[in-house]
Every structure is written in structure tokens, then in C-alpha cells.
Design a protein around this ligand. Structure first.
Ligand code: ROI
Length: 165
């Protein structure tokens, strides 16, 4: 019997009809093998972190239970990104049609060339923390802090809830 794991995934898009990209991605997350989509946050419109010379993002967070290991799950997510026309370049902070990040995999810590857990931006990015809080207000993160504490210290400036599905 494979263990069931609790995973939080960050979704982001700022190209090619971002609201539709995120809605469609949430539907596709429902059919990943050996996984069940349990929760999804509202959709948020967020000011870009990085270059300001790009459109606002739409961000959301989903909670999945999965029997896939982290790298197999990452493979599935990257396939979905490609289906959404994501072109991966060397440029790190540029606009994208769909970004799917594993934020948390249980409370596991992992340093792998393809995947760092928890996601290195997790504790600092309000466009991740605010929808994560909506998915699970009782969450405790691997650094021992509660999601509530983190949302209290992050700025909600430039973040607007636009759609609850
Ligand atoms: N900025 C926002 N607001 N939302 C994102 O999802 C996002 N993703 C990125 C960078 C370029 C860091 N900026 C972002 O990859």
C-alpha cells in the first residue's frame, strides 16, 4: 500500500487569458493519476513580483492528496504546463501562460536539482500565502510557523480576490 501524501500546489498565470488558464488547470488537476483534488482557493489578481513590465498575475492554490512521489508529481505538473503552451526559457522572472509549483509535500524537506521543498518562495510571497491560508487556515509549515502568523506579517497590497469557484 502506497502512503497518501498531502500536497499544496501554487498556480500562476499572466499570459493568454490567465483566468481561463487557471480554471482549466484546476480541472486538469482533478484527473492526475493516483491523486484527488481536495481543496482549491479563490482566484486572486496579484501585482507581479519581479519585472513590473509584465501583466498582473492570476494566482490560486490547490490541495491534493496523492500517492505519487514528489518527482513523479512534478512530471505530471510539467506536462500540464506544456499543454497550456508554457515555453520554458532560461529567463526566471518573466511572464508565463501557466506555472504550477509544488509548494509543500507533507512537511518534507528536499534538495534535488529539479525540486526544492518547501518551495523557496513560500514564506515570503503573499500571492502564495493568502490563497494557501484559504485552503487550510490551520496549516503549520515546515519552519514551525502557522499559516495564520505568516499571513499576518505579509502584505496584502496588490492582491485582490476576484473569483471563487
Ligand atoms: N508574481 C506574481 N504576482 N505571481 C506569480 O505567480 C509570479 N510568478 C513568478 C514571478 C515572475 C516571480 N512573479 C510572480 O514566477
Amino acid at each position: 500500500m502506497l502512503k497518501v501524501n498531502i500536497v499544496y500546489i501554487g498556480l500562476g498565470s499572466n499570459l493568454n487569458q490567465p483566468i481561463e488558464q487557471i480554471k482549466r488547470a484546476l480541472q486538469t488537476l482533478q484527473i492526475i493519476s493516483d491523486s484527488i483534488l481536495k481543496q482549491q482557493s479563490s482566484l486572486y489578481q496579484t501585482a507581479p513580483l519581479g519585472s513590473q513590465n509584465q501583466p498582473d498575475y492570476i494566482n490560486a492554490v490547490a490541495m491534493l492528496v496523492t500517492k505519487l512521489n514528489p518527482l513523479d508529481l512534478l512530471d505530471e505538473l510539467q506536462k500540464i504546463e506544456l499543454q497550456h503552451g508554457r515555453v520554458r526559457t532560461q529567463e526566471k522572472w518573466e511572464a508565463r501562460s501557466l506555472d504550477l509549483d509544488i509548494l509543500l509535500y507533507n512537511n518534507d524537506l528536499m534538495q534535488h536539482p529539479q525540486l526544492i521543498l518547501p518551495h523557496p518562495g513560500l514564506y515570503l510571497r503573499s500571492f502564495v500565502l493568502i490563497p494557501l491560508y484559504e485552503c487550510n487556515p490551520n496549516l503549520i509549515l515546515p519552519n514551525g510557523k502557522t499559516i495564520f502568523e505568516l499571513t499576518q506579517v505579509c502584505s496584502s497590497k496588490g492582491i485582490k480576490k476576484i473569483l471563487t469557484l
